[in-house]
Ligand binder design. Structure first.
Ligand SMILES: Nc1ncnc2c1ncn2[C@@H]1O[C@H](COP(=O)(O)OP(=O)(O)OP(=O)(O)O)[C@@H](O)[C@H]1O
Ligand SMILES: [Mg+2]
Length: 228
């Protein structure tokens, strides 16, 4: 009981300190994307941030790619579970189709209502996996990403960086179609995310995700609280 009161007090203080910024953000929404190789801890951290923001009284939308509600769920089923041959270009277009639907029908309407949108994977996963990983032309993918999103950019993107050995241990033995690609593929994907962060340091921040879940969460809060 004592602990929960203290947490609320702390949240109230944090809210007070950054109130001006939150008020601005709450009027127009805030879009944060979580990126990184499989098993790096995206879903774990997005849930923790979601809980934190809800405790502050913010309205949030926790969503994911591929496979937000509706059509996205059908596309996710194909992308992760189809057991036949899928060409790299076809895979790219399926992810992009999912993204276009997601942005137009779910993300933009939520942002317009001032909702905090937290998205588990987005445009950078396409560049890292299909571009750096599979070898599809990166500049073309960037253009297609822009077409799919209508040039909507996240306010903040966090890349959770782990070595491939740690990532493989966390994923375990039950792998989906994407997770079953080889180690070299994942090395290229990891490098891809780090390269994206170098190219867009304002938007994309990297957190060393070999640390504990709690210390990573604290770093996520620092980044979110630092948003202007
Ligand atoms: N910092 C951490 N230290 C140790 N284990 C962790 C850490 N973060 C997450 N895990 C564990 O690793 C596993 C994978 O985490 P999580 O599902 O959050 O990763 P993910 O990036 O969402 O993976 P995917 O790309 O497959 O969806 C989970 O069992 C989770 O509890
Ligand atoms: Mg996940």
């Amino acid at each position: 009981m004592k602990i929960s009161v203290n947490v609320q007090l702390l949240n109230a203080l944090v809210y007070y300190r950054i109130k001006k910024d939150w008020v601005r953000i709450m009027r127009q929404g805030l879009f944060i994307t979580f990126e990184g190789v499989d098993g790096c801890g995206k879903t774990t951290q997005i849930k923790l941030l979601d809980e934190y923001l809800r405790n502050l009284g913010c309205e949030t939308l926790l969503t994911r790619e591929p496979g937000a509600k509706g059509l996205g769920e059908k596309l996710r089923e194909i992308l992760l579970n189809y057991d036949g041959n899928v060409s790299s270009k076809c895979e790219s277009f399926l992810f992009l189709a999912d993204r276009a639907q997601h942005v137009d029908c779910i993300i933009k309407p939520a942002l317009e209502k001032g909702i905090f949108v937290l998205c588990d994977r987005h445009t950078d996963s396409t560049i890292a996996y299909q571009g750096y990983g599979r070898g599809v032309d990166i500049e073309e993918l960037k253009n297609l990403n822009n077409l799919a999103t209508g040039e909507l950019k996240p306010d903040l993107t966090i890349v959770f960086d782990v070595d491939i050995e740690t990532s493989a241990k966390r994923v375990g033995k039950e792998k989906d179609r994407m997770e079953s690609a080889g180690i070299e593929f994942f090395e290229r994907v990891r490098k891809g995310f780090l390269e994206i962060a170098k190219q867009e340091p304002e938007r994309v921040k990297v957190i060393d995700s070999t640390q504990s879940i709690e210390s990573i969460h604290e770093k996520v809060l620092e980044l979110v609280n630092g948003l202007k």
